[in-house]
Design a protein around this ligand. Structure first.
Ligand code: SF4
Length: 329
């Protein structure tokens, strides 16, 4: 069975952008691949943060992942800092990564240009990401479009290490990207990608009432000022896209006809979307409520996941050290 690895930042409660853009896909992929899913808290300490807040966000993310369908009996789910081999391999890869490759990463340039003092961790972030993936010698990495460049760097790192230290067949596979089917979820403002920092999200665990309070004022096709104005679903970045993600095909077809023909108002359209979202999200919220009531269970799942991950991770580190002339402990 091929192996996949993917990580997610501990941003606290998942929103439907994370769910549709990554986690829902992971829940399906866990049955097709040997799967490692990681809450990447070492990545989250680049920049200022409060330690107690990071603990809470890490726990909430784990609850969200489990509630959304990641099954610890099928996949390995764990927290990055509980598997110290991640940072050990990252240091080794730092010694093989050309500085120029890191400096031309688009995300680095974007973020660095907005900071007065740039920390080395921001530059080296993709090296840790390469270590995350290659530690498990993953063949496939489910990614969003904005992560493809980082994955290419992981492939360069694998190639460089193999060229220098593999004897015979390459030790590290060059991981292949697998783009998530739902690529970019636009927020309720109809403009930017759904993001907690912008405040244009719907939380995955929100109640039906809270979801409706978010959907009702959400931006739609600006051409539909009145119910009698014909619209274009393609201009309705948020609601139409969410219909395609949550509603059955016949409902999506109905949305297109009713929008173009001005046969209903946007509130009617949103009410139908709301029904389908609630139908899919209610079981997730109910599972999350049960998990929130039992924090020890969630911690046990993460501990067991870390122990399972370390079996693979320690094997890789032992092989790497042996091939590089580094004595084991
Ligand atoms: Fe968007 Fe639906 Fe309104 Fe058309 S009818 S603009 S798809 S909310």
């Amino acid at each position: 069975m091929s192996r996949i690895f993917s990580g997610i930042q501990p941003s606290g409660e998942l929103h439907i952008g994370n769910y549709l853009g990554a986690v829902k896909n992971w829940a399906a992929l866990q049955h097709q691949f040997e799967s490692f899913f990681c809450v990447v808290n070492y990545h989250a300490i680049i920049g200022s943060y409060e330690p107690a807040d990071l603990v809470r966000r890490t726990h909430e993310m784990a609850v969200g992942l489990l509630a959304a369908g990641l099954d610890p009996a099928v996949c390995t789910i764990f927290v990055q800092s509980q598997v110290p081999e991640h940072t050990e391999l990252a240091w080794i890869f730092n010694t093989l990564t050309p500085l120029g490759e890191l400096e031309r990463q688009t995300q680095y340039k974007d973020k660095a240009s907005r900071q007065e003092q740039v920390m080395a961790g921001l530059l080296n972030y993709p090296v840790l990401q390469a270590a995350d993936i290659l530690l498990y010698r993953a063949d496939v990495v489910p990614v969003g479009e904005d992560q493809v460049q980082h994955l290419e760097l992981s492939r360069v790192v694998a190639r460089n290490w193999n060229a220098r230290f593999s004897s015979g067949a390459p030790y590290f596979p060059e991981p292949q990207p697998r783009l998530t089917p739902t690529r970019r979820i636009v927020g309720l403002d109809g403009q930017a990608k759904m993001s907690k920092s912008i405040g244009n999200t719907v939380g995955l665990l929100e109640t039906p009432e809270q979801i409706w309070d978010k959907l009702r004022p959400a931006v739609t096709d600006p051409a539909r000022q009145r119910k009698t104005d014909a619209g274009e679903p393609e201009r309705c970045n948020t609601i139409y896209q969410l219909h395609r993600a949550f509603s059955p095909a016949e409902t999506v077809a109905e949305v297109e006809v009713n929008c173009r023909g001005a046969k209903w108002g946007c509130i009617d359209c949103k009410k139908v979307l709301h029904q389908h979202m609630v139908a899919e999200l209610t079981p997730i919220r109910e599972r999350a409520v049960a998990l929130q009531a039992d924090p020890a269970l969630v911690q046990d799942v993460l501990q067991a996941g870390a122990a399972k991950a370390r079996v693979v991770a320690s094997r890789t580190i032992a092989d790497v050290k042996e091939k590089m002339g580094l004595p084991l402990a």
